[in-house]
Design a protein around this ligand. Sequence first.
Ligand SMILES: Cc1ncc(COP(=O)(O)O)c(C=O)c1O
Length: 328
Amino acid sequence: MGDCVLNTLTLSAIDEAYERIHDVVHRTPIIRNHSLAEIANCDLVLKAENLQRTGSFKIRGAFNKTAQVYEAGGSGVVTGSSGNHGAATAWAARYFKLRSHLVVPENAMPEKVEAARHYGADIEFLGTTSQERLERAQAISHNLGLSFVAPFDDPDVMAGQGTIGLEILHQLPEVEFILVPVGGGGLIAGIATAIKGKRPDVRVIGVEPVGAPKAYQSRQQGRRIVLKFTDTIADGLKTSSLGEKTYPIIERLVDDIVQVDDNEIRRAMFLLLSRQKMLAEPSGAATLAYALRKPNRLHHRKTVAVISGGNIDAATLFHLFDSYASTS
Ligand SMILES: Cc1ncc(COP(=O)(O)O)c(C=O)c1O
């Protein structure tokens, strides 16, 4: 397919992102677990981004963006996220000795806020919706001259996330299916651009929770829909809509969107921990949840499930496993 221009995200931007970030972020391992592969009934390989710096893939996009802010002589960065993206942005800013400012929800998980504070971020609490936070972050960007680092709807952020696609092709050239979780769509837009640019035969499948079906419904209705209500344990996938920039890329390049429920996610987290001794957060286990479903569409295929993150506090983990134990 070569270097096609797709709504401002290009394959060469992903190659450049890889050059920019590869000395700093981990090339995370791919892991085969025979017991999980047997349940999944396919040749299953896990791409362990839960072992990534800051505990999730988000450092790839945040670092790619922040590096460019630094190169352009910027003084700092701002974003509106309490979760993995906030921590990753704070980490990248600290690396370049830039200022970072995070707008976080009033009900933010204390552990996640603490991680960002530990990386030196100024923290501001505001409301509970992501829209409020992102609007405030953009106002701060304007007033204080800090550069806004969007969680997903920015080609530089998507390009960083797309470097996972490049790594998968190096680590497992014979891959046939790649399962990717979908929140606002930055991760899957980046990976799909990398994969379809280099190997259009590989199928890229988006996985999202039934309680936040924005990509599924958008595909069904042929337009970017905004959900009025979302409900899922997968906080990173709870976004109410795909981005204006991620949506057209996903529409064009992602082969299919599938959904998993919260019980399937809990089961995947539990099996990953017990069989592979590996901890994923709910958003990170969604792809495995789909692979473990019977039947799935992966029959004997070489399938990579992106385990996108592993950040979860002890109380939430105990609560999830407790409720899983009482239903299984
Ligand atoms: C662990 C994890 N997985 C997946 C996602 C979804 O990423 P995106 O919003 O780029 O689709 C997120 C987003 O916060 C996340 O934290």
